[in-house]
Design a binder for this molecule. Structure first.
Ligand code: GLN
Length: 185
């Protein structure tokens, strides 16, 4: 089993470390050819506008989008969730647009928006959730499963083989969310 992590910008190394610590191969994706032969893809946190530009500039946009639409499992965190979302509040620009949800960027405020809490992620209880200038999900299509909520806001979803989280499971020692993703593959 081979996982790819999008490595054009942001917190990709942390994801790679967790996937490798779980005993599976992880390759960094910087160009189209790196996508061949992967069984799942991770879209890390960072800055979604920059990542969106870079996946277009490097010519990977269409392949990533089509593979996800064909069922390539994806784990998207924070900026990665924004890349996947069909709608982004307050802006017309969208990116991969494969996940039928609406996100609000920097939903907890830009400067003071970083914090940690603990919550459930589907069947996983008491998971450490690190939020860094995070979005949250303001609307979901009926076929989307809600995996996590923080206060009244949705912060984790599953739709087909797409997992999207507003927080950073790679910034903790707890690998249960990555295990959930590997099970999907
Ligand atoms: N605020 C970033 C954005 O809008 C996401 C932050 C993150 O990935 N930690 O793209």
């Amino acid at each position: 089993m081979k996982t790819g992590v999008l490595a054009v910008q942001g917190a990709f190394i942390e994801h790679r470390r967790i996937i490798e610590a779980l005993g599976t191969e992880c390759v960094e994706i910087r160009q189209e050819k790196d996508l061949s032969g992967i069984d799942g893809i991770i879209l890390p946190g960072g800055e979604s506008t920059v990542q969106g530009q870079l996946i277009r500039k490097t010519g990977m946009f269409d392949t990533i989008k089509n593979e996800i639409l064909k069922g390539l499992p994806v784990l998207a965190t924070c900026a990665g969730l924004i890349l996947l979302s069909e709608k982004i509040e307050g802006q017309d620009e969208r990116h991969l647009s494969t996940l039928p949800v609406t996100v609000k960027r920097n939903a907890y405020g830009r400067q003071l928006g970083s914090f940690m809490t603990r919550g459930s992620v589907g069947d996983i209880k008491d998971f450490p959730e690190v939020f860094i200038r995070a979005p949250y999900i303001t609307a979901v299509s009926p076929e989307v499963d809600i995996l996590s909520k923080m206060d009244d806001n949705t912060v984790g979803v599953k739709y087909k083989k797409q997992l999207g989280f507003a927080f950073h499971p790679e910034m903790t020692e707890d690998s249960r969310v990555h295990e959930m993703f590997l099970k999907l593959i």
